[in-house]
Design a protein around this ligand. Structure first.
Ligand SMILES: [Zn+2]
Length: 483
């Protein structure tokens, strides 16, 4: 058996008005190629870069939120390499004094908390985009060149594919909560780079294999998962055959997760970093750190814990953490009532029936007529057995679909829609008697097959127009049939 050893690098485009070192607009999605450009992001000689304060503060805020140690003296450096998408011949990045170091992110794996350590977080500029035309020409669009980019590097702490995926989703939630990036992967706003090797499960914890395989430019969490699974299997099979795996960079074959050999990587790349001479070092004050720390809202893991504390299931809590509109709506409900049983029941209906209907209506939960007070009244009626589960669905439907019902009270709707349940056992008994009399064949079948009780309960529901509690109906039928 082999265990994966994985480290991640994540690139995030920072949500800002202008680019990292010039005034060009940074929101270039669907713009004509090479329209968001100037001498600075073209890298023309003599152009002077000026750091974007908003991008800097957002990177600093994220470093604080990810529990990093902040380097109060930080600076930009030139990372020298040539590529057609990098016309200057260097990228302005940060080398030995990144904004943040030694942070961590907590994830929950099978109910346990795991800490994934962050090695560093720094700020840099994005490169341009190469487009390969059909006639073998390569075209370059410089709109992306110079867009602010945060790079986060983890330690090789991941020990399973699941952990990598949970971490990636959590990080995406955090940057969205902090409004640092929209992290829309289909727009390239969040990208992954992977280092992966596998080791025999006999190798002591903390010990790393003597090779690693690098896969760059992974643009979605689902592809990331496929690549991880592919590489774990590929490398395990090689080790089974006693083959030695060399450190290498592998490319992606489309979206399948399959990878192919690109080049071997025996030594670390030498980028000849040196301090960026056009940008003076930056000093971060304690007051600045404190101010940003104070502006950090409740983070996803804190929010999840709060929902778990009021009794929600982990999967329900995850939905409210991930969909903030739903989470905010539910928080208003929690302000009205904190009785665990009611709140849990309400959560169940939001996650199930209401979410399903919203999807069909293509609406958000804050755009409907059902209020938090309504839902609490509804689940209270259900708890008192005054209405059935079917009744709950009809009330939700009445509020969501029919606009003219918006002003009626829940109690009026219950009466109007005839949803009051019959709980009086003599009344239920009457319906049960009728069902038995009218269905001799079902009664005969029931003697042979106990499952037929469901059909008899169905008959009672039909006779009572759905107003009988099915459990009570079943009890009465069994009583009458001496079963
Ligand atoms: Zn520019």
């Amino acid at each position: 058996m082999y265990l994966p050893v994985v480290g991640l690098e994540i690139h995030l485009q920072v949500k800002t008005n202008s680019k990292m070192f010039c005034r060009c607009a940074s929101q270039y999605f669907e713009s004509e190629p090479n329209t968001h450009v100037c001498p600075v992001c073209f890298g023309l000689p003599g152009a002077l870069p000026v750091p974007n304060k908003e991008a800097f503060n957002k990177a600093l805020k994220l470093a604080i939120a990810l529990n990093c140690t902040i380097n109060k003296e930080t600076k930009f450096d030139r990372k020298n390499y040539f590529y057609p998408d990098l016309p200057k011949g260097y990228q302005i990045s940060q080398y030995d004094q990144p904004i943040g170091e030694n942070g961590f992110v907590e994830i929950e794996v099978m109910g346990d908390s795991r800490r994934i350590r962050i090695q560093r977080l720094h700020l840099e500029e994005d490169t341009a985009k190469s487009l390969h035309a059909e006639n073998d020409d390569t075209l370059i669009d410089y709109n992306k060149s110079g867009v602010p980019l945060i790079e986060i590097v983890t330690y090789p702490d991941f020990e399973s594919v699941e952990e990598v995926i949970l971490f990636s989703k959590r990080l995406k939630q955090i940057v969205k909560y902090l409004d640092i990036s929209d992290a829309e992967m289909q727009k390239g706003q969040m990208r992954f780079e992977l280092n992966i090797s596998v080791k025999p499960d006999s190798m002591p914890a903390g010990q790393l294999p003597d090779y690693k395989v690098e896969v760059k430019n992974i643009g979605s969490i689902s592809v990331l998962e496929k690549v991880l699974n592919f590489e774990v299997q590929r490398q395990s099979e090689l080790l089974d055959k006693a083959e030695k795996i060399k450190s290498q960079t592998r490319g992606l074959k489309g979206m399948s997760g399959e990878t192919f050999f690109q080049r071997s990587k025996e030594t670390a790349d030498d980028y000849r970093y040196f301090p960026e001479p056009d940008i003076p070092p930056i000093h971060i004050s304690d007051a600045q750190i404190q101010e940003l720390a104070n502006s950090i809202p409740e983070l996803p893991h804190e929010r999840k814990q709060r929902y778990m504390d009021v009794g929600l299931e982990s999967e329900q809590a995850d939905i409210f953490v991930d969909d903030r509109t739903k989470g905010d709506w539910f928080d208003e409900l929690l302000k009205l009532d904190s009785q665990k049983e009611l709140v849990k029941e309400a959560a169940k209906w939001v996650v199930g029936e209401i979410s399903g209907r919203l999807e069909k209506l293509n609406k958000e939960i804050d755009q409907i007529n059902l209020t938090q007070q309504d839902l609490l009244e509804i689940v209270q009626l259900l708890a008192q057995k005054k209405i059935s589960g079917i009744g709950v669905k009809k009330l939700i439907e009445a509020r969501l679909v029919e606009e003219n019902n918006a002003k009626k009270s829940i109690n009026d709707l219950v009466t109007e829609l005839g949803l009051v349940q019959i709980t009086d056992s003599s009344e239920v008994e009457n319906f049960a008697k009728q069902a038995i009399e009218q269905n001799p064949k079902l009664v005969a079948d029931f003697a042979k097959n106990p499952n037929v009780i469901k059909a008899l309960v169905g008959q009672v529901m039909k006779l009572s127009q759905g107003k009988v509690n099915p459990r009570i109906a079943e009890e009465e039928i069994r009583k009458l049939l001496n079963n």
